[in-house]
Design a protein around this ligand. Structure first.
Ligand SMILES: NC(=O)c1ccc[n+]([C@@H]2O[C@H](COP(=O)([O-])OP(=O)(O)OC[C@H]3O[C@@H](n4cnc5c(N)ncnc54)[C@H](OP(=O)(O)O)[C@@H]3O)[C@@H](O)[C@H]2O)c1
Length: 366
């Protein structure tokens, strides 16, 4: 039996804390965060029933690091590193051979490097397989809407980040054109050069997210912003938006106001095994997990107790390696989800029809 641990944390202080302490629903967000600051990391569940195609089995534990994204970005970095490292130690004490860093625990500071240096067991951010699944989901959903990547305009929001940069390199090499958006012009230009070197024919960059989105058929959005950065009026009719960020980048208003747009969550993966049980509700169908969790599990199943993805750079080779490992062990992209609901063939047909109607009314208004 192979063993792993995975560090999770509250995304929304009130919503996530009130699952365990219902009284939190009535408390101000800042008061809850104040309490969380002094709460120790702890084991929250035992994960069972994982069995790979080759017969390898694994069990694991979710360990909560009780800090929100806002706290992780605003508290002193040393303090945040210490809390995350404490969570890693709990995993090691339970017998895990590797620990994965969920959501913002992999975003803060140097992307896991300092945490790995102080953790008793190897650490992975899960970002390699997250890139693999984000690309697979975005390309596949675009095809379901009747377009190939070669005839599509792509936008990557958060393109200077660990996940965004590598998504841009892979997608940019095949897309008709690609727009990169971020906050820093010189970092964006560096990534644009890398995308061109990887084969991108038509590459632009901007710090104006709206501008990057206005012509995009395919959007991968993966910023570490704590509030939504993609809004209903920004999107082209018929766009596919793969939202990899946690907390989400896409405003919930898009679900209500833009029936002609398909928003999918990036990186939802079916984990191999007939009785996979996370014993914890993180809002997914049973047996499915985030790609970053899946990378941690597959490294454990393969007996590769090594710090596989660390730091702020993910190479295309690492992405391919996790994809190969996933195929060999039986991990696969699960059906799409959009704002916590499954996306059905009917949903896709409705988006196609609404996009055609929107395009028609735009051209008759022109
Ligand atoms: N779904 C999954 O399985 C999964 C797995 C891992 C991570 N994630 C999520 O993916 C996201 C990104 O992770 P990462 O490791 O790539 O982070 P990262 O390396 O820190 O990159 C974040 C990117 O977002 C940009 N950004 C930050 N705040 C912004 C704002 N307010 N407006 C516009 N752009 C902004 C940054 O620009 P600058 O260059 O200017 O800083 C950078 O390009 C996080 O939300 C994380 O929780 C999801």
């Amino acid at each position: 039996m192979k063993r792993f641990a995975f560090v999770i944390h509250p995304i929304d202080a009130r919503r996530d804390t009130s699952r365990k302490y219902p009284i939190a629903r009535y408390l101000p967000e800042r008061l809850i965060e104040f309490g969380l600051k002094f709460t120790s990391p702890a084991k929250v569940s035992h994960i069972t029933g994982i069995r790979a195609k080759d017969g390898a089995e694994a069990e694991g534990w979710f360990i909560a690091c009780p800090l929100t994204p806002r706290q992780m970005l605003s508290l002193p970095l040393d303090y945040v590193y210490r809390r995350i490292t404490e969570a890693c130690r709990i995993g090691a004490d339970l017998g895990a051979g590797i620990v994965g860093l969920g959501a913002f625990t992999s975003v803060v500071g140097d992307g896991g490097v300092t945490i790995a240096a102080n953790s008793p067991i190897p650490v992975t951010t899960g970002n390699s397989y997250t890139v693999a699944t984000a690309i697979e989901a975005a390309v596949d959903a675009n095809e379901k809407l009747g377009r190939t990547l070669a005839e599509s305009s792509v936008a990557v929001i958060g393109a200077t980040g660990s996940i965004g940069r590598t998504c841009a390199m892979v997608l940019g090499a095949e897309a008709k054109d690609i727009a990169l958006a971020g906050r820093n012009t010189s970092r964006l230009e560096e990534v644009a050069d890398e995308v061109r070197a990887a084969g991108g024919q038509s590459v632009s960059s901007t710090t104006d997210i709206k501008k990057a989105l206005e012509c995009a058929d395919v959007v991968v959005t993966v910023t570490s912003a704590v509030d939504a950065v993609v809004h209903p009026a920004d999107l082209k009719p018929g766009a596919v938006v793969c939202d990899v960020a946690r907390p989400r980048d896409v405003s919930v208003r898009v679900a209500k106001e833009r029936p002609d747009v398909l928003v999918i969550e990036g990186g939802v993966v079916r984990v191999p095994g007939d009785n996979v049980n996370f014993n914890f509700n993180f809002g997914f169908e049973p047996g499915t997990a985030y790609a970053c969790m899946s990378e941690t599990i597959m490294l454990a199943l393969a007996g590769r107790y090594e710090s596989f993805t660390l730091g702020k750079t993910v190479s295309v080779e690492q992405v391919r390696e996790t994809q190969n490992m996933a195929n060999r062990l039986g991990f696969e992209l699960a059906g799409y989800r959009s704002f916590e609901r499954p996306v059905t063939e009917d949903t896709i047909a409705r988006v196609r029809q609404a996009a055609a109607d929107a395009a028609l009314s735009r051209s008759s208004n022109a």
